[in-house]
Design a binder for this molecule. Structure first.
Ligand code: GLN
Ligand code: ZN
Length: 765
């Protein structure tokens, strides 16, 4: 029996990681200093795991940007445009791939399974020959051993998952790519073996995705080869985010251990275990503590679960008690949360606390529960106390959700009628231009917000500052010539956190940061009680912005599914029910905006796709309640109100039907980083509403020119009508500088003008 971890947050207690990276990019921190700072953070995370008493500490999961990108550069998968020669990829090229530079667009970025973590998609080009340029896991292993005496467990993304998540080749070529990569993995393992490494963790979350028997055999063959190459090394084949597919066949893979997720895949994995048992000679990695949520575990209950009858089936050579997945997806430590109500605080468990829980559970299993009864009982009673707190159940809220009817999810007029009414009201040109909502959050904006939050700035002067910012940017947008304006979201740190601050039933943490992409972190609010609408949340700023211009200003709201998916949510209520509670609150806000004269309302749902279950059979049910929640939130809008929605950084092909079902009048959707792949999908699906395919990548500091944006629109025009198309960036501009945003938007407006001109010429002919 051992206590083990799969991966640890990299950002540091005060987000030192983020700050170091951003200083480096801004030219304020030399590369050497960055490297030194990164090392400190890495050592600190190992030290924490060591002090917690964990026996299997992961090494190699740390990264300077993204762990998939680390793998790609290790294999020399650097797209030609970055001009990399030979040898290990230098840091500046690594960052260029992640963020783009000068002429070169960044590599595609997309969401890591069903999480809000984004990885850089490995890009294969014609004739790409992968080579092993360095052995990063080995370096990490050596460093942990040398600096802290840790016998680390190197972690790598496994060959199947790495290949599955790569792009640049048709799916038939998967076997070839795998074949090319296998010797490289083998080489890594051989070197680790020579070094005396005992265990290596190969992450294969792709094995929980539905895949064919044939494909599974291919994976088996790869593992055969790895085992032949380095028979002395013990591989933990680690799965997570759901139950392992083809369970029985996997049991005979030549690996020393298999890690299963007993949170996301508990039921199915248990079923497999009881049906097929587990090999005596293998180690079972029991992912029992939820790596995706922040609630403390009821350890008494978990202990009981572990001692239950299924354990007979799983009588193997050993257990590793571990989290269900890497702890990357939760914040670092509850200790910093000094302002939470104590009932709540006692019920939470972030990464550090999860480690304690793992170690405690392991000890209790080995030495007997009696010895730890007090601590075990404490976890149970903390959760009980929360369950009975008055926040948990609000009768009025539950009654309101009970009253919801189908009628509430249908708009008063069908789309075809709304389209005409809205066109008359808004009088927009062809190819209308707009942005996604947020405008650059300058240091000044952040400084003011911070001062206000710390009570150092009065409400009055903060409001004035925000208004001044809105004024400034309304003028900028008018001057650039955009058609539908935004107020800029300067009052919001984050699109979900902001609503978490305003709605009852949520709390926001002080330091509960989680990495989202690159240096960007988010602070998901904690949804612990029934959701209550207190008062208007967004009105003041939008209405003020609208008072300054004759162009329409969009009311900006975050949708119910995104609020749900980007919060840490209570687990005592079914998610659809929680979604309905949030939707009702938003519905009220829509009404308020309308009554104040706002004619366009955007409700962002960037997390809709991300929440899609990985298992095909669960998808329809999810989409059904998710779409219903969005509709409940928006359908109260008058037919003359144009409802927009926005989505980004996901695969959308497979949910286009659901996107139609949302019944939004306009959707803006990311297509720039995937270079227009989505557009193709419209060849197959008939889409009749309006759509703004994002024409440039806002995650990159690069300024796109007019031509590349028109090019993307021309592609869209092959499958969509001119009257359906909007021109907009692919997401909010909050992380860009003022100069970057203004220059890019000027080019964007130019692109729209050119398209109008071209269209007028065609119309004349
Ligand atoms: N309205 C939000 C913004 O512009 C949308 C952000 C997102 O999709 N992630 O920032
Ligand atoms: Zn977006």
């Amino acid at each position: 029996m051992e206590s083990s971890n799969l991966g640890f947050p990299r950002i540091g207690a005060q987000r030192e990681w983020k700050k170091a990276l951003e200083n480096h990019w801004a030219g304020k921190l030399e590369e050497n200093d960055l490297i030194a700072e990164m090392k400190q953070l890495r050592l600190e995370s190992w030290r924490q795991q060591q002090e917690a008493g964990l026996s299997r500490i992961p090494v190699g999961d740390f990264t300077c940007y993204d762990h998939m990108l680390d793998m790609a550069v290790m294999f020399g998968l650097v797209p030609r445009r970055f001009g990399h020669g030979e040898g290990p990829v230098p840091l500046h090229t690594y960052f260029a791939m992640a963020r783009g530079d000068g002429e070169n667009a960044a590599c595609e970025m997309t969401k890591w399974f069903n999480t809000n973590y984004h990885y850089i998609v490995p890009e294969w080009e014609k004739d790409t020959e992968p080579v092993l340029l360095e052995n990063r896991p080995l370096e990490a292993y050596r460093e942990a051993k040398k600096c802290l005496g840790i016998e680390g467990k190197p972690v790598l993304i496994g060959p199947y998952t790495f290949t599955k998540l790569s792009k640049g080749f048709p799916s038939e070529k998967l076997p070839t790519i795998l074949e090319q990569l296998t010797p490289l993995y083998a080489q890594i393992l051989i070197e680790l073996e020579c070094e005396g490494v005992q265990w290596v963790q190969l992450d294969e979350p792709a094995l929980v995705l539905p895949h064919s028997q044939e494909e599974h055999e291919m994976v088996a063959a790869v593992y055969e080869k790895l085992n032949q190459a380095a028979p002395g090394i013990r591989i933990m084949l680690q799965t997570y985010f759901g139950s392992l597919e083809h369970y029985k066949r996997t049991l005979s893979f030549p690996v020393a251990g298999i890690g299963l997720d007993f949170q996301a895949g508990r039921e199915e994995n248990l079923k497999s275990l009881s049906q097929h048992g587990f090999p005596e000679e293998k180690v079972l990695g029991i992912g029992i503590l939820d790596g995706r949520n922040i609630w403390r575990a009821d350890l008494l209950q978990e202990l009981e679960f572990l001692q239950d009858e299924w354990t007979q089936q799983a009588a193997c050579s050993g257990w590793w008690i571990q989290p269900s997945c890497s702890l990357l997806h939760i914040p670092l430590s509850v200790k910093q949360e000094t302002e939470l109500p104590s009932v709540l605080k006692h019920s939470l468990s972030f990464a550090e606390e999860k480690l304690e829980e793992i170690v405690l559970l392991t000890h209790a299993l080995v030495e007997g529960a009696e010895k730890f009864s007090e601590k075990l009982a404490a976890s149970h009673s903390a959760l009980e106390e929360l369950a009975h707190s008055p926040w948990r159940t609000r009768k009025d809220v539950q009654e309101a959700t009970d009253r919801i009817t189908d009628q509430d999810t249908r708009r008063l007029a069908p789309y075809s009628e709304r389209k005409t009414i809205q066109a008359q009201r808004l009088t927009l040109p062809l190819f209308p231009t707009t942005t996604i909502g947020s405008l650059p959050q300058s240091d000044e904006v952040r400084r003011n917000r911070r001062a206000w939050k710390q009570g150092k700035q009065s409400d009055e002067s903060y409001r004035e500052f925000i208004q001044q910012e809105i004024r400034k940017w309304i003028h900028v947008q008018e001057e650039i010539g955009l058609d539908v304006l935004v107020h800029g979201e300067f009052e919001r740190t984050d699109m979900v956190e902001y609503f978490g601050e305003k709605l009852e039933g949520f709390v926001v943490t002080r330091q509960g940061w989680v990495q989202s992409y690159g240096s960007r972190c988010v602070k998901p609010p904690i949804l612990f009680g029934d959701v209550v609408y207190r008062k208007p949340m967004t009105l003041k700023e939008v209405v003020y912005a609208q008072s300054l211009t004759s162009k329409p200003v969009k009311g900006m709201l975050t949708g119910p599914i995104t609020i749900l998916n980007w919060s840490f949510v209570r687990e005592d209520l079914p998610r659809p029910q929680v979604a309905r509670q949030i939707a009702l609150a938003l519905r009220e806000e829509v009404k308020q905006l309308e009554e104040s004269g706002i004619s366009v309302i955007q409700m962002d749902e960037p997390a809709l796709r991300e929440g899609l279950p990985l298992k095909a059979k669960e998808r329809d049910a999810y989409l059904e309640w998710a779409v219903a929640a969005f509709r409940l939130a928006t359908a109260g809008a008058h037919p003359a109100t144009q409802v927009h929605t926005h989505m980004c950084y996901s695969e959308f092909h497979d949910i286009l039907d659901a996107i139609q079902e949302l019944d939004a009048d306009v959707i803006s959707i990311e297509t720039s980083r995937s270079h227009g792949d989505l557009i193709q999908a419209f060849e197959e699906v008939h889409y009749e509403r309006e759509i703004g395919p994002g024409v440039y990548d806002i995650h990159s500091p690069r300024i796109p020119n007019r031509e590349e944006m028109t090019r993307l629109m021309h592609r869209a025009l092959r499958v969509l009508n001119p009257s359906q198309l909007w021109v907009n960036p692919d997401c909010g501009l909050k992380t860009r500088t003022r100069e970057e945003a203004v220059s890019s938007l000027r080019n964007l407006v130019e692109a729209a003008r050119q398209l109008r001109k071209e269209h007028a010429e065609i119309a004349q002919k």
